[in-house]
Design a protein around this ligand. Structure first.
Ligand code: ATP
Ligand code: MG
Length: 421
């Protein structure tokens, strides 16, 4: 029979790898906590319309990459390709916009995009994302950027580069849009089909095209920073001051426009060159118009999405993956039937006291059990036979150091010894 394989572009995260994921997730939660961000979990699928209106159907993410299906009642649903639109929907639906401001949320979730799988790019992937609602100030932008930066520092990463830009607001956008259209008019016949279409709908998208011809043309296109209104300009200046104040290094990169339609004003990316072509670990910015665009009140917001697999690659490249403890504290190896019962009870009692304890559940020989205990990474092994039961004591073997210590078969004594007391 044919073996069933996981769908293309998905990941099995197995024991041995999961410890690193948990370590990163722990760091994420700590960093979010000290910044006052609370966790939110959203549905895995939403109404397709949410992403069309929220993210924008001229984007690759929605236009080309979304997993969309028709439900039995005829409604169109899509697997979430990103988190910001779902959070925005939830903020409206649950009336969170009426609560204390700023509203600071984070998520650690999986997302789905039908992209070409390659290093750093899969069809199901994980993001740590933050959303700060209710402040239009540059301080809010700075805090979100500092949070991402704080996580990189917490993990020990040193080769992360921050790039910032401002893509303007509805006030400066029309003049910039016109400048772009004038520029691209000279190259219309050279642009790819999708970009020619994008030109009418949203010329900013052309700046984000991955085709070498389009990106070559886009290189010399007018820059948003040259078209900012006074408000956007002073906002951007203040943000730079705040980053300087906190000693965060950055470069201003006018080529950053981000791939989603909802961005306004500040946009930023953190990149790590060592991880190759997909070097953007974190991307974000301000999206003041998003909530209103999906039927909510007008509420400014800023946030980012950080790719966990790319973060993992960055940690590996800087040799920052810590020794993560796996395996049990103690493996109790019984010899014979009576000992089997005793070992089973002892393991249970130890677990009740918070010690990770294992014993034989496969009816194996002592030799096979020792092999298993070694493979499973047990820190200590206790061999229990008839003699040990009669004497109520056994030898506790330290699997790392090799020493053997006599111990009574009481949970307290065992705990004292393996805790090093
Ligand atoms: P890229 O330009 O690399 O496609 P993007 O602009 O589509 O990124 P966002 O939608 O802003 O990315 O997502 C934020 C982050 O999520 C990215 O910077 C990246 O780290 C991660 N990410 C996005 N798409 C994928 C994917 N298909 N596989 C793995 N990680 C991803
Ligand atoms: Mg993308």
């Amino acid at each position: 029979m044919n073996r069933i394989q996981k769908p293309k572009g998905t990941l099995d995260i197995l024991p041995g790898d999961i410890e690193l994921w948990q370590y990163i997730e722990g760091a994420v939660r700590e960093e979010a906590k000290i910044n006052g961000f609370s966790e939110i979990r959203m549905p895995t699928f939403e109404a397709t319309e949410l992403f069309c209106r929220g993210v924008g159907d001229t984007t690759d993410v929605v236009g080309k990459e979304m997993y969309t299906f028709t439900d039995k009642d005829g409604s169109s649903l899509s697997l979430r390709p990103e988190g910001t639109a779902g959070v925005a929907r939830s903020v409206i639906e649950n009336g969170l916009y009426a609560g204390a401001m700023p509203l600071k949320l984070f998520y650690l979730s999986n997302f789905f995009r039908r992209e070409k799988p390659q290093a750093g790019r899969s069809r199901e992937f994980w993001q740590f994302g933050t959303e700060l609602y209710g402040s239009s100030s540059p301080e809010a932008d700075a805090q979100v950027i500092l949070l991402a930066n704080g996580l990189f520092k917490r993990l020990g990463l040193t080769k992360v580069t921050l790039r910032i830009n401002s893509i303007g607001c509805p006030e400066c956008r029309p003049s910039y849009r016109k400048a772009l259209l004038d520029y691209f008019a000279n190259y219309e016949s050279e642009l790819c089909d999708t970009c020619r279409e994008r030109l009418n709908k949203n010329p900013l998208r052309v700046l984000d095209c991955k085709s070498p011809v389009c990106s070559g043309i886009a290189k010399n296109a007018p820059k948003t920073l040259e078209h900012l209104c006074a408000g956007c300009e002073s906002h951007f200046e203040k943000l730079k001051e705040l980053l300087d104040l906190c000693g965060v290094e950055y470069t201003v990169d006018p080529s950053i426009v981000r791939g989603l339609d909802y961005y306004t004003g500040t946009v930023f990316e953190f990149t790590v060159d060592s991880i190759g072509a997909q070097s953007t670990v974190c991307g974000g910015g301000r999206y003041d118009g998003l909530l209103a665009s999906i039927g909510g009140p007008s509420l400014p917001a800023v946030g980012f999405g950080m790719g966990i697999t790319r973060l993992i690659q960055a940690l590996k490249d800087e040799s920052l993956v810590p020794e993560l403890k796996t395996g049990c504290d103690i493996y109790i190896a019984p010899l014979g039937e009576a000992a089997g019962k005793q070992a089973f009870l002892l393991a249970h009692q130890l677990r009740e006291k918070g010690v990770s304890a294992e014993t034989d559940v496969c009816g194996r020989s002592l030799k096979a059990q020792m092999k298993y205990a070694d493979k499973a990474g047990a820190r200590y092994v206790l061999v229990v036979g008839d003699n040990e039961i009669a004497e109520n004591s056994a030898e506790l073997r330290n699997m790392q150091g090799g020493e053997r210590i006599k111990v009574s078969l009481s949970t307290e004594d065992i705990i004292d010894l393996i805790a090093g007391k």
